[in-house]
Design a protein. Structure first.
Length: 570
């Protein structure tokens, strides 16, 4: 029995290293290789040339940087008198910018045609402003050129470069100070999000039994067991963050929860819940030597049992995104590897903190009831939330791959159940049981490796649809969701899909748009990156007025929140 379960845990936990058919998009990455930014004169290089009797201003823009069209200002003056000039811009890319909302920007390069220039020597002043995708927005910079139309000479003012260098130094320092001030707030959000994960239906049964085992331990102090459990949780979160950093720096366009877009990973996770539910129902026991879910802590190896329970708690929490986690994970997406790992470590610290506090203050543990038959009944009762989660995850696989995928999972469960029944019947039965376990794993890994394409598996999301709806005078509510997202499902059932909100959307001319991230979609991945997010849910309200900025809502919605938003004039 141990080889199957150990393999299952390791496969599920390690599956985050797998990526399936990821395309070359460019969302924000966890742990960018360096937090430094280019000096402004290197990020945006201007070249002013003659084009017959007119001027052509060309810009070369560094990769990952962009210029705002609306922030350009070109003025001409001769002898202290301003002269009107004409400019013609190229079409840019419409971007949802974190600083200026929806605006037109230029990536890579652009050119501005300048005509109707003065006939006598004049000074051309060019003001521009740009930002970096990684999070830095430069202040406006102005360059000055002395131009003689009769000789067609162009001379850049010497003060422009030094001014640009001063701007860059000031900006980088200010940004660093701002990041330092915000880091502690982000770490608090990360810890709060981790603590809330303990209330998720996937985690709570495992956590509840572990706390009971601490209270009744006959060997080792509760504080030491709590420390071992906490180490398992924190190290597991750091390991997941490390995998994300490694994959993203290797060029993969992924976000938090990406492993749940892979059908065979979801199938393994569903099977893990199924096996754990059978364990809680008493069909078999998982040995205390490596897992010990509420089992015997009297052995020396009980500490390793507490550690691996922390690992298990992290694995089973993977379908969940708690409030506050979105802000923390989004911040980590644009930071160095060290800060990204620190943020994820604080998520783990927050998740482990309630258990650690109970073990540090035994008075809380002493208030728990004494051991008895009620513990057996409670253990069996807690099996059903896990079994319900397994059923739900098998439905997610069905949404991703069709009915055949669900049939594969149920067949694998049949083989596992048969193996569990065979295992204690003798040596030959053990061999047959192990063969059944291997067959179940092979069935899921090979059978779901090439998922069936179904209409429900592809979102068909087109971000330009939002712009078209707004141009037609409609407000838009965007819901970025996935079938495997528990928070998304709760918001939809309790708020978004209720009669009251549907009626409010109709009343206020709101078009409800869904972006389904159940399967990998590069357009949705890029959309999340544009909003500084690497996970879901994401809710954005776009007013019909194109001049109004979109409103990003919290991850946990309420009816009153949405009704107040719709009633407020934008």
């Amino acid at each position: 029995m141990k080889p199957l379960l150990l393999s299952l845990i390791l496969l599920v936990f390690g599956a985050s290293a797998h990526s399936q058919d990821f395309l070359n998009t460019a969302p924000q990455n966890f742990g960018t290789s360096s937090p430094s930014f280019l000096p402004v004169e290197q990020a945006y290089q201007a070249e002013l040339l003659w084009n017959n009797d007119d001027l052509l201003l060309g810009w070369k823009i560094a990769e990952g940087y962009y210029l705002y069209r609306e922030r350009f200002q070109l003025t001409a003056s001769a002898n202290g008198i301003s002269h009107a000039i004409s400019t013609r811009f190229e079409a840019g890319k419409v971007k949802q910018d974190p600083y200026f909302g929806e605006t037109e920007v230029y990536y890579h390069n652009t050119a501005i045609a300048i005509s109707d220039i003065p006939s006598q020597p004049f000074t051309l002043s060019i003001t521009s402003q740009g930002c970096a995708d990684a999070g830095l927005c430069y202040p406006p910079q102005t360059q000055h050129y002395r131009i003689n139309p009769s000789t067609q000479t162009i001379e850049e003012s010497a003060s422009a470069s030094s001014a640009a260098a001063t701007i860059t130094t000031t900006t980088t320092t200010a940004t660093a100070n701002s990041d330092a001030r915000s880091l502690w707030l982000i770490l608090i959000f990360a810890a709060l999000g981790g603590a809330i994960l303990n209330l998720m239906p996937c985690v709570f049964p495992v956590l509840g039994l572990k706390v009971l085992s601490f209270a009744n331990a006959r060997s080792g102090s509760p504080a030491n067991h709590g420390a071992a459990y906490s180490a398992g949780v924190v190290l597991s979160f750091v390991a997941v963050a490390g995998v994300l950093i490694a994959l993203q720096q290797a060029g993969q366009a992924i976000g938090w929860g990406f492993q749940l877009q892979t059908p065979w990973f979801v199938a393994l996770l569903a099977t893990l819940f199924f096996v754990l539910s059978l364990n809680l129902l008493g069909l078999f026991e998982i040995g205390g030597s490596w897992m010990n879910i509420g089992g015997d802590l009297s052995r020396q190896s009980g500490y390793s049992g507490s550690f691996f329970t922390g690992v298990l708690a992290t694995v089973v929490a993977s379908p969940c995104t708690a409030p506050f986690m979105g802000t923390a994970v989004g911040f980590a997406a644009s930071q160095t590897p060290a800060i990204s790992l620190l943020v994820f470590a604080f998520i783990g610290i927050g998740m482990a903190l309630p258990v650690m506090l109970l073990t540090l203050f035994p008075a809380g543990l002493r208030r728990l009831p004494k051991p008895g038959q009620w513990m057996v009944t409670l253990r069996q009762l807690l099996a059903f939330p896990l079994l319900a989660t397994a059923v739900w995850l098998s439905w997610v696989v069905g949404r991703q791959t069709g009915a055949n995928g669900m049939a594969l999972i149920l067949s694998a469960w049949l083989l596992i159940g048969f193996g569990l029944w065979l295992y204690p019947l003798g040596r030959l039965a053990k061999v047959l049981a192990i063969a059944a376990y291997i067959g179940a794993l092979s069935l899921m890994l090979s059978g779901l490796n090439k998922p069936i394409e179904t209409a429900s598996a592809a979102s068909g999301f087109d971000v330009s649809q939002i712009q078209r709806l707004r141009e037609n005078g409609q407000n838009v509510f965007l819901d970025v969701t996935a079938d495997w997202c528990i928070t998304c499902a709760a918001n939809e059932a309790l708020v978004l899909h209720t009669d009251a909100i549907r009626a409010a959307f109709i009343l206020h001319n709101v078009h409800y748009v869904t972006a389904d991230w159940t399967r990998y979609d590069p357009a949705i991945t890029q959309l999340l990156a544009d909003y500084q997010r690497n996970g879901i849910p994401l809710y954005v309200y776009f007013p019909a007025d194109l001049a109004a900025s979109p409103v990003v809502l919290p991850q946990v919605l309420t009816k009153s929140m949405l009704l107040s938003l719709l009633d407020e004039p934008i």
